[in-house]
Design a protein around this ligand. Sequence first.
Ligand code: HEM
Ligand code: HEM
Length: 176
Amino acid sequence: MTNRLQYGTPAKIFHWLIVALLAVQYPIGWLMPDLHRDMRPGAGMTFHVSIGITVLALTALRLAWRVTHPVAPESSLPAWQRISSEAIHWLLYALVLATTISGWLFASFRGWSLSFFYLVPLPMLASGNAAAGRTIDGLHQAMEWALLVTIAVHVAAALAHIFVYRDRVMQRMLPG
Ligand code: HEM
Ligand code: HEM
């Protein structure tokens, strides 16, 4: 399998769709009502979980696409930038998976029954288990912060390529 030199349209659509979903997912996560014992999930939680499951499904499809359509790093970059950008990209994939799966496990251990956007019932990964739920809650929060920090590094790198290096790296992820 030969490495492409450019991101194709599907890779760009996946990238910006997931950026848009994460941009609403974090505010919903922070603004939805705090959890307390025996609470039943309301609309905020239903949307948080539904958007999160959408991000998980899109990321699984995106990874399958990425593995079958590899893209070479920009050839004009020094080796340290090619290696570090690839490392950050794989870390982003791993952290999105860890955040979404830990969230789904947490909701499952709470014993909730949730729907996907009030349309269909959502399958749960486990049955109610309060102790496991407490452990996983910490994990979801740790992963969501690790993801946010990694996104900040990734966006700072994109800005550095636009304003400091003034090369064509940002163009690679833009339409056209
Ligand atoms: C990448 C996607 C996701 C992001 C960025 C994200 C982010 C967040 C944030 C910021 C909070 C608030 C935590 C706090 O108060 O500090 C939260 C809470 C929560 N999330 Fe997610 N989440 C994601 C996916 C999911 C998924 C897929 C589920 C379940 C299927 C889920 C279930 C929950 C639950 C149950 C809570 C409340 C528990 C808590 O406050 O820790 N999340 N999430
Ligand atoms: C406004 C915010 C963002 C900008 C400006 C941006 C910009 C870029 C650019 C220019 C690339 C191509 C890098 C290259 O040519 O090697 C890229 C790739 C990538 N971005 Fe972002 N990005 C942003 C947000 C995000 C977010 C929130 C995520 C979290 C999932 C993300 C995940 C990725 C991944 C995984 C790749 C690698 C794609 C691959 O090779 O499979 N990006 N981004």
